[in-house]
Design a protein around this ligand. Structure first.
Ligand SMILES: [Zn+2]
Length: 142
């Protein structure tokens, strides 16, 4: 099982594997440049550099990191789902669904079509996420 030939640390490719958050030590998820472009103003995007990781720990103030460089909660263009439990926070950015939308549906009828809406949207090619985590997030609220 030694088919990983990409072990040159000169080109940085090896660093695309998830790294640990420099603040809390939780294993991050690697983030594509297109995602950072959606969530960060250009100056911060440039400051962070690449490859970048996302810290999924809700208790940690770091949202994105690259090596020791970090982007903190509050610096992103919009509140981040995993970091902010507020109602006016997107659970799905691509299809503009907020946590309050989901709660309203659940309070009204006890069920929700939001995961299906997201799935249909993804099937139609409207999702720009690396990993469509919104469905998982939807179930964590529901
Ligand atoms: Zn962290």
């Amino acid at each position: 099982m030694t088919n990983h030939a990409e072990e040159h640390d000169c080109c940085g490719r090896a660093a695309a594997a998830p790294a640990a958050c420099p603040a809390c030590g939780r294993l991050g998820r690697s983030v594509k440049s297109v995602t950072l472009g959606h969530h960060l103003p250009p100056a911060l995007r440039a400051r962070l550099g690449s490859p970048a990781g996302f810290c999924p720990n809700p208790a940690c103030g770091v949202v994105y990191f690259s090596g020791r460089k970090t982007i903190l909660k509050g610096e992103t263009l919009q509140p981040v789902t995993q970091k902010d439990p507020g109602e006016d926070v997107h659970i799905c950015y691509c299809f503009d669904i907020k946590r309050a939308d989901l709660r309203r549906q659940l309070a009204a009828g006890g069920s929700t079509d939001i995961p299906d809406r997201i799935r249909r949207g993804i099937a139609a090619g409207g999702c720009s996420c690396d990993i469509p985590s919104c469905i998982i997030e939807t179930y964590s609220v529901a």
